[in-house]
Write a protein that binds this ligand. Structure first.
Ligand SMILES: Nc1ncnc2c1ncn2[C@@H]1O[C@H](COP(=O)(O)OP(=O)(O)OP(=O)(O)O)[C@@H](O)[C@H]1O
Ligand SMILES: [Mg+2]
Length: 364
């Protein structure tokens, strides 16, 4: 029941620190995507393992095994699927689970694949059940049964498919039925990126966007990017705007920090919504425990917004915990906002940063 939906809309896509791609991201992402494994930053294990899988297939002159990529939005699944095709010297066909409503849609795609082609199936967990079952057979035997006719007269005509590589991507690996998961020869779990890896992503993107940035400027943006290259690239673009308008175009630590203060993205990558939730929890409820509904009313947001948009990152960062008795703040939350927990002696956890009214600390 949200009748004032024109205001106060801090939710998913247009959030500066949201992980899913908005329109502007989509336009620039093609230009920023690494083109081969050597250019792909971080994810060392995934890169090493995938390199072996692809090299071995190439050496055998065979089509690579099916690959499942799982991980949070913006970590590089689509990028990696394109790299797999490039490394195999194969064409790529891109589709997604929600685009495949009927088994017939999938049959049409599968039967038009060339030998060795990579079929990228994004959001594979959102495919319909009949399509999923057709996919099992296609993955295992390179064959589908096409049903012709209806009712008692219907017949299944087997159709041979050329060998192809299925690359499936999902943000929710847990939702995949085991028979589907088991048919992938290799599964890559993408992790959040370490700050030094994000710095490399930022330096690389800055080069491609022709922006001058120094090491400290890149570190400042990396620290606020929530472990996610897509967010790092987006923050870089906003900082570049600021550098152009308010400075001499060069991104230094001071410029990055001032720019992201304007956009209300703090040193740990929390935005206005995240900080609002945390501040309510600390200042109004003494750090909790407090129920989700009460917390949502206190910040003037929908329950779902607090639970699904703000909380996951706060939990991941160890700032908030969900307990059976309600939400509670951790000592790190008090320290981050520069506040002293009730009952703690003043030079406690927050002592180091107390007095910083902005709460804008330069994290270690
Ligand atoms: N390892 C990396 N090195 C450099 N840039 C990267 C890397 N991973 C991702 N990126 C950049 O981050 C952006 C988002 O990556 P990508 O679209 O592949 O994410 P995704 O996992 O497919 O996200 P979604 O789940 O939303 O589909 C791209 O612009 C890409 O250039
Ligand atoms: Mg993608």
């Amino acid at each position: 029941m949200n009748w004032d939906d024109t205001t106060d809309d801090l939710t998913a896509p247009e959030r500066l620190v949201g992980a899913s791609a908005d329109g502007e991201d989509q336009a620039v992402e093609a230009a920023l995507r690494p083109k081969d494994l050597g250019e792909f930053i971080g994810q060392e294990k995934v890169r090493e393992q995938l390199d072996l899988v692809l090299r071995a297939a190439r050496a055998r002159g065979a089509t690579a095994d099916h690959v499942l990529l799982s991980g949070a939005p913006g970590l590089g699944k689509t990028t990696l699927s394109m790299i797999i095709a490039a490394e195999m010297g194969a064409p790529i066909r891109i589709t997604s689970g929600p685009a495949i409503q009927h088994a017939g849609d999938l049959a049409a795609i599968l039967s038009s694949l060339q030998e060795g082609e990579v079929l990228f199936l994004d959001e594979i967990h959102r495919m319909s059940r009949p399509a999923e079952e057709m996919l099992y057979m296609a993955m295992e035997d390179f064959r589908v049964d096409v049903v012709v006719g209806k009712g008692p007269g219907a017949t299944a005509i087997p159709l041979e498919l050329p060998p192809f590589t299925l690359v499936g991507a999902t943000t929710r690996a847990g939702l995949l039925p085991p028979p589907l998961r088991d048919r992938f020869g290799f599964t890559a779990h993408m992790e959040f990126y370490a700050p030094d890896e994000l710095e490399r992503v930022i330096h690389r993107s800055a080069r491609l966007l022709d922006v001058e940035i120094d090491a400290e400027g890149a570190a400042e943006i990396a620290g606020r990017s929530r472990g996610t290259p897509r967010i790092a690239n987006r923050l870089l673009r906003r900082v570049r705007d600021y550098a152009q308008v308010k400075a001499d175009g060069v991104i230094t630590r001071e410029v990055a920090s001032a720019a992201l203060q304007v956009y209300e993205v703090d040193t740990r990558g929390l935005d206005r919504l995240d900080r609002g939730v945390l501040e309510a929890l600390l200042k109004l409820f003494g750090g909790g425990p407090v129920g989700l509904s009460t917390l949502a009313v206190a910040v003037g947001e929908e329950r779902e917004t607090v639970e699904e948009v703000a909380e996951p990152f706060l939990v991941r960062e160890g700032l908030l915990a969900r307990t059976p008795r309600g939400r509670i703040a951790t000592p790190a939350a008090w320290a981050h906002l520069g506040l002293t927990p009730p009952g703690a002696s003043a030079p406690g956890a927050a002592g180091r940063t107390a007095g910083n009214g902005q709460g804008d600390l330069f994290g270690a």
